[in-house]
Design a protein. Structure first.
Length: 361
């Protein structure tokens, strides 16, 4: 570990002003980097094959990351870390990674069975939560309109708990004309809307469920007229007690569960978060044949079951991560306790603290 005592040290320039959302979103993608916060998240990035540029840790936690290789490890005391980043680094570990080129949408579509398509989702918290739900609930990939937020922005990565590294994604452009590319690949485009004429999702036919592309819009405006017009059908989640809609991340999770609820359940504790040779990414790299779309020949049931089991296994956290996950949960519990105490002492800050606004960009 190399000790850093000067916040202006150029060796840690990647970590400056992490709470300045506008600056970071304009600076990170063109420079080909992203920041991972927390040991669990950065190790998931490493397992997913992202190449590190550097690691920055609280000096007293150096032993915690002593096994990390491939990039320099810098250490600093909490005051220096806060001056550099703009917030108290309570997780104690940051990493800067090289980005990878995004695959074309056609490639992602060819390798998936179910996809979620997002229009104008520019809230990083919602985007991260959507990726986490997609990973957990049986969807294979995410397609983004050009105006969506960056999935690799620090807040998105943190909220997703690193699941942005497990789910393939691509830009879908030009928007919304490129939605025709989704249909041509054999998907049924389902636009989520609270409109009266929308079909309740539990009433979808077997054919409509075979290769769905769930189209979600931003909170407030919802889907654009052009996107709605480009869909094959409109769907909705039936609401009760006068509630007209859910948060977009919650709605996406419920819809993903509905689309995958008939999948065979995997054994408790099965699988791993890393990408094995028989997972989505491993099969793709090996050039393995993937299931045909609804307009093509159906694959054999056994082969399809094996593919789904392998993909689901790739998204699960392995048992060897148990200690890491318990430590992360303990840290989150302590942080939540502090937030509650501060919110009670200063009621006006309660909502900001609960939304993670204390330290965050």
């Amino acid at each position: 570990m190399e000790l850093i005592t000067d916040p202006g040290d150029e060796r840690i320039a990647d970590y400056r002003a992490l709470t300045d959302v506008e600056l970071r979103t304009r600076w990170e993608p063109p420079h080909g980097l992203f920041i991972a916060e927390g040991e669990l998240v950065l190790r998931r990035a490493l397992r997913a094959g992202y190449r590190p540029r550097s690691f920055l840790v609280e000096a007293k936690r150096a032993d915690q990351v002593a096994d990390l290789t491939g990039a320099p490890v810098y250490g600093a005391d909490p005051d220096v870390l806060e001056q550099v980043t703009g917030f108290h680094v309570h997780r104690g570990v940051l990493a800067s990674f090289h980005r990878r080129p995004l695959p074309p949408a056609s490639e992602v579509l060819a390798q998936a069975r179910r996809v979620v398509i997002l229009e104008d989702i520019n809230n990083h918290t919602n985007l991260g939560a959507i990726f986490r739900g997609v990973a957990a609930l049986g969807v294979d990939a995410v397609l983004l309109s050009p105006t969506c937020a960056d999935p690799l922005y620090r807040r998105s990565v943190r909220v997703s708990m690193g699941e942005v590294f497990a789910i393939p994604y691509a830009k879908l452009e030009p928007w919304p004309d490129a939605l025709s590319q989704v249909r041509d690949a054999g998907y049924t485009i389902m636009a989520m809307t609270p409109a009266e004429d929308a079909v309740p999702m539990q009433h979808l036919t077997a054919d409509q469920r075979m290769r769905p592309a769930l189209l979600m819009g931003a909170e407030g405006p919802g889907l654009s007229r052009q996107a709605l017009a480009a869909s094959d059908l409109r769907v909705k989640l039936p609401m009760r007690r006068g509630v007209d809609s859910l948060n977009v991340a919650a709605a996406t999770a419920v819809a993903c569960w509905e689309l995958s609820r008939e999948d065979e359940l995997e054994p408790r504790g099965a699988g791993a978060h890393a990408m094995p040779a028989d997972s989505y990414e491993g099969r793709h790299e090996a050039g393995a044949e993937m299931p045909a779309g609804r307009h093509g020949a159906a694959p054999e049931a056994a082969a399809e079951d094996a593919r789904q089991a392998a993909a689901r296994a790739a998204w699960r956290v392995p048992d060897e991560d148990r200690a890491e996950r318990i430590a992360a949960a303990d840290a989150e519990h302590l942080l939540a306790t502090r937030w509650r105490a501060e919110a009670e002492a200063e009621p006006g800050r309660g909502r900001e603290l609960l939304l993670g606004g204390e330290d965050r960009g």
